[in-house]
Write a protein that binds this ligand. Structure first.
Ligand code: HEM
Length: 485
């Protein structure tokens, strides 16, 4: 959706000011999360209003207005997300693609898109299958049901980390270092007393381990050749790869994995059987689990999209207006002055009653029954149905993200028999939980149904990362899942 430039004939509504004092506003945000945005909406009667998130921003809280931050000809990116700035010490002083603008952004983005295209869905299936076998066996030994429920999240993160590293680098790097780096990337180096924080101290050690791990990975030299073709230096390439693998891929998918695991545990038995049938019949049709089989799993695809609608790992997308803008919303048209920060709230855009029926209810087959709704799914910072291009910040990893989440969910549905410690709840209050349930997910018992075999055809078992076959001009290997589903 295009944002209208300001026209003197337009008669915009006054933007309600709900800024308040910074500390109480931030406290409310931390306590109420997305519900804080709803409270202001109800109080003011507008879906666009000014809010204090530690920085002042214009909040856009419905499906129509949220699209304003995706018009990348009219917004620019800052060095972080609102008041959370990224720590440059943990990216070799390089600003990663997500925070860049203009020519630099375009160079980095083209390079990253080249890198991600080397990962075929078949190869993703192969590495996921290996990781699942290893981790499900470990989980069965750890969660016997004998004692009290134990935290499950770190185990899911480790599984995700194994998949992510192998899917892009072709080898594993330390999941502990990844976790420590991630814990520090949006935090300051020093506390108010001038002392280095414990997060930073661990993260900087993690940074050294990770950059060495990437440099020693089997495909590093091929990646650097791709970078050279896009005029990206080795230092820029290394730090962009690091940031995209860990912050974007691992950060996003590990949250979606946890959410899907929790959803599956409380899924209606009939729907669960339908999903299992959907998976099995596609596998049978293609003589094993392949990329083509995965595209046939339309119901599983819908289940994953419904998770991304209700529990998007990223709730807030920021953008700064490069000119005065007129933005349309459910409650009228508003003027956002040049230079002002905007924040689209995806939690509410994905719950817009003008678009989604009964938006507060999880409906696993919502997108299967109504595929057009994909036009209003913005989890990747842009309409899901829109093709990727080099001039946007829309997630360039979606052709890896969706198959990754589908595969993890398929294996859990087929081979996991498990019981959580308590029923998961999603109130929307805890933005920092990245769409996962409010409380840490605990597990009582995990049974690995290894007798339910998932066969992988030779072509999948022999698949490899394709860096050496790629050139910057000729690399159009497309993930089939979204184009066909
Ligand atoms: C469920 C998983 C994922 C979610 C929810 C997600 C979400 C997003 C969002 C919202 C943005 C834009 C952020 C902004 O503009 O503020 C983004 C950008 C990005 N994502 Fe993803 N992503 C996911 C998976 C992935 C994967 C698997 C990869 C890589 C293989 C990836 C790589 C990137 C990169 C490199 C950017 C920056 C793009 C640019 O600025 O041009 N993401 N992602």
């Amino acid at each position: 959706m295009k944002v209208e430039p300001v026209n003197s004939d337009d008669n915009p509504k006054k933007v309600a000011n709900s800024l308040g004092w910074t500390i109480p506003s931030v406290m409310k945000l931390l306590k109420e999360g997305n519900l804080y945005f709803k409270t202001i909406q109800e109080k003011t009667g507008h879906t666009i209003f000014r809010i204090n998130l530690g920085v002042e921003a214009f909040a856009l809280c419905d499906s129509q207005s949220a699209t304003a931050v995706f018009d990348y000809s009219k917004v620019t990116k800052d060095d972080g997300f609102g008041r959370l700035k990224f720590n440059k010490n943990l990216t070799g002083q390089i600003r990663p693609s997500i925070f860049c603008n203009g020519e630099v952004h375009e160079r980095y983005r083209k390079f990253l898109m080249d890198v991600f295209r080397a990962t075929s869905v078949d190869y993703l299936i192969k590495v996921t299958n290996e990781a699942v076998e290893k981790h499900f066996s470990l989980w069965e030994k750890s969660y016997t049901g004998a004692g009290i429920a134990k935290e499950w999240e770190m185990d899911i993160l480790r599984l995700c980390s194994d998949i992510v590293h192998r899917a892009i680098l072709g080898g594993e790097i330390s999941s502990e270092a990844s976790h420590n780096w991630l814990m520090g990337i949006l935090k300051k180096k020093r506390s108010a007393l001038g002392v280095k924080t414990k997060f930073f101290s661990k993260a900087i050690v993690g940074y050294a381990i990770l950059t060495n791990g990437i440099k020693e990975s089997p495909h590093y030299q091929s990646m650097i050749k791709l970078a050279d073709k896009r005029s990206v230096s080795e230092e820029e390439a290394l730090n962009n790869i690091l940031f995209s693998i860990l912050f974007n891929y691992y950060g996003g998918c590990s949250a979606a994995f946890r959410t899907c695991a929790a959803r599956i545990s409380i899924l209606d038995e009939n729907i669960k059987s339908e999903l299992i049938e959907d998976i099995k019949s596609a596998i049978d049709k293609y003589g094993g689990l392949t990329g083509q089989a995965l595209c046939q799993m339309r119901k599983l695809h819908s289940f994953v999209l419904e998770n991304l609608r209700m529990s998007s790992p990223v709730n807030l997308i920021f953008g700064r207006a490069v000119e005065d803008l007129m933005i349309k919303s459910n409650t009228g048209t508003y003027k956002i002055p040049k230079g002002k920060l905007m924040v689209a709230n995806l939690f509410w855009a994905h719950r817009d009653t003008r678009v989604f029926d009964d938006p507060l209810t999880f409906q696993a087959l919502r997108f299967f029954n109504n595929p057009d709704l994909k036009n209003y799914l913005y989890w990747e910072a842009g309409p899901f149905s829109k093709d990727q291009c080099e001039k946007t910040h829309q997630c360039p990893g979606r052709n890896i993200a969706i198959p990754s989440i589908m595969l993890f969910s398929a294996y859990l549905l087929l081979q996991g028999d498990y019981q959580l410690g308590s029923e998961p709840q999603w109130t929307g209050k805890k933005i920092r939980r990245l769409g996962t349930p409010d409380e840490i997910i605990t597990l009582k018992k995990f049974k690995y149904k290894s007798d339910v075999t998932v066969s992988l055809p030779e072509a999948v078992l022999n698949s490899k990362l394709k860096y050496d076959e790629m050139t910057a001009e000729n690399n159009n290997s497309q993930c089939p899942v979204d184009s066909e589903a």
